[in-house]
Design a binder for this molecule. Structure first.
Ligand code: SAM
Ligand code: SF4
Ligand code: SF4
Length: 339
């Protein structure tokens, strides 16, 4: 196990397997056009598996597949099986928008995915269409139902809460979670990556969400647990558990053990990092496993990132990155770094 400069271990790797997406969520990909990563730069499954093996040597035991939309990556279950074959990865999960999930769920589970998180911001098809600029709400719900029908435990539903867009659906989403055996997690709207339309007044804080849920359900109790997971969990009086990821108003950088690998092999030490470490070059220039491990080890040991906490100190917050800069540097996009 290796620690960074603030004694945070390297344990949790989010692997983006593609930067492509079949939705255009307003808080992530609001533009009409995007510059995609060149195909030849995208890591092969064999390259990803080599890196996972090195990361496991260094203490990583949790991997989450993400994107872009990870289910757009051709033959994904083959990659899942390759990662699942690494016994030190004890938690292998995926975050998906759910559109292709109904068709893929069996294969993913068989290949070794342990837990699925589906992003679902609204239960209303008309809202979904406006929010994502696509008409796929029914497929997303089918994907969630498919996981439920399989009796696959550990299902989570992640909702980005935006004032004036879906903040009147907190209780409806919790009720939907009850029906589908899923734990709902509300995410504060973040000012990262492609969120070029972000404004602070659209952010519904954790405190406000709790207040609203208490008004509807009565007492909301915090669940006491020792974990580096980003969500604070809460319990309603009927026992229902839900989470809140308060990255904007109450960040959790102090315990952050997460890093991110983009589909083209840039390793980012923080969601807010402006530059990454080029592991694709190391994979392709003949570097040995030991050399790659040494590069990762020294980068992690020097890690001081606390991006979300630093943003908290900024007065009069605006979107982090302007559109012209995003066009020039697609690695700054949320859909490239994997959320
Ligand atoms: N496409 C997949 C999905 O949507 O689940 C995986 C990648 S997506 C970038 C991962 C997560 O990032 C999603 O749950 C999404 O809602 C979240 N996300 C994207 N932009 C965000 C923002 N500006 N604020 C908060 N969460 C955001
Ligand atoms: Fe939406 Fe995920 Fe696609 Fe971003 S990457 S546009 S959050 S589905
Ligand atoms: Fe971790 Fe960076 Fe997010 Fe803070 S902002 S929790 S350091 S990834």
């Amino acid at each position: 196990m290796i620690n960074d400069a603030w004694l945070r271990p390297l344990r949790n790797l989010r692997l983006s397997v593609t930067d492509r997406c079949n939705l255009r969520c307003a808080y992530c990909m609001p533009e009409e056009e995007y510059a995609w990563l060149p195909r030849g730069d995208i890591l092969t499954f064999e390259e990803i598996a080599r890196l996972v093996n090195v990361f496991a040597d260094l203490g990583v035991d949790k991997v989450r597949l993400t994107g872009g939309e990870p289910l757009l990556r051709k033959d994904l279950p083959r990659l899942v099986a390759m990662i699942a074959a690494e016994p030190r990865i004890r938690d292998l999960a995926i975050t998906t928008n759910g559109i292709l999930l109904a068709a893929e769920a069996e294969a993913l589970r068989k290949a070794g995915i342990g837990r699925v998180t589906v992003s679902l911001d609204t239960l209303r098809p008309d809202r979904f269409r406006v929010l994502t600029r696509r008409d796929s709400h029914a497929q997303v719900l089918e994907g969630i139902e498919a996981v439920h029908r399989m009796g696959w435990s550990g299902l989570k539903l992640d909702s980005v809460v935006i004032r004036g867009t879906n903040d009147d659906e907190l209780a409806d989403l919790i009720e939907f979670g009850k029906r589908t055996g899923a734990e709902v997690r509300f995410i504060e709207y973040m000012d990262v990556g492609g969120a070029t339309r972000w404004t602070m007044d659209q952010v519904v804080s954790r405190a406000e969400m709790l207040e609203r849920l208490a008004a509807r359900y009565g007492a909301v109790e915090p669940v006491v647990e020792e974990t580096s997971a980003p969500a604070d969990r809460f319990r309603l009086s009927d026992g229902t558990i839900f989470g809140i990821i308060s990255s904007t108003t109450a960040p959790f950088c102090a315990s952050c053990d997460r890093s991110r690998l983009t589909a083209d092999g840039q390793w980012l030490l923080c969601l807010y990092a402006t530059a990454g470490i080029d592991l694709r070059r190391s994979l392709r220039d003949g570097s040995s496993k030991e050399e790659i491990a040494a590069l990762i080890r020294s980068a992690w040991q020097g890690r001081r990132d606390r991006g979300a906490e630093e943003r908290l100190a900024v007065k009069d917050r605006q979107p982090l990155i302007q559109i012209t800069e995003l066009r020039a540097r697609p690695h700054l996009e949320m859909h490239t770094r994997g959320g």
